[in-house]
Design a protein around this ligand. Structure first.
Ligand SMILES: *[C@@H]1O[C@H](CO)[C@@H](O)[C@H](O)[C@H]1NC(C)=O
Ligand SMILES: [Cu+2]
Length: 181
């Protein structure tokens, strides 16, 4: 039986898993519908399928690609989404490509307000979780609620992003050292 060199393989698995975890929880830009862009489906619910194939975090940017005048993208409530009610959107973008930045945790609803496009499933809902850069690290010990807790300062926002960059550099360095062996 061939003996596995676990001491050689394991560090790689750890490093690659860590890189994957860090990457997958960082904000990204998504082209909605990929190469199809933002179009009226000819059947099925392709945007539900598309959404199910991705995970979203706060800070992600959704880019809807369409020819201005052919479609729109409206940010709507859940009930407007469900009922394809185009009358009272929270906000509408009429020029393509249109970008929406996901700014809060939870569900976000988008529909096209042109004709019956929404009823033909030109609609997208996504659910975003907190990004690593906004969330406390899962490894930090649970913090006791403090009576004089103050919200983080605005100018501290860059610090967690910096920590991520440090993790990247450390992982790259570890990978580099492993290559030398
Ligand atoms: C949608 O509209 C609501 C209400 O104005 C707003 O809070 C939310 O950030 C908007 N969502 C996006 C993705 O722009
Ligand atoms: Cu449309």
């Amino acid at each position: 039986m061939m003996e596995m060199n676990y001491h050689l393989v394991m560090p790689w698995i750890v490093v690659l898993s860590a890189i994957f975890l860090v990457r997958s929880s960082l904000a990204a830009t998504y082209n909605v519908g990929d190469s199809t862009g933002w179009a009226t489906p000819t059947g099925g619910d392709p945007y539900a399928t598309w959404a199910s194939q991705h995970t979203f975090v706060v800070g992600d940017v959704l880019v809807f690609s369409f020819i201005s005048g052919s479609h729109t993208v409206a940010n709507v409530t859940r009930s407007a989404f469900d009922g394809c009610n185009t009358g009272n959107p929270l906000s509408v973008q009429t020029n393509g490509p249109a970008s929406f930045t996901i700014d809060t945790v939870g569900s976000h609803y988008f529909i096209c307000t042109i004709l019956n496009h929404c009823s033909l499933n030109q609609k997208l809902t996504i659910t975003a979780t907190a990004s690593t850069t906004n969330a406390p690290s899962p490894r930090s010990p649970p913090r006791a609620p403090s009576p004089n807790f103050s919200p983080p300062l605005k100018n501290g926002v860059g610090a967690p992003a910096m920590a991520n960059r440090t993790i990247y550099l450390m992982l790259m360095f570890i990978g580099f050292l492993l290559c030398l062996n």
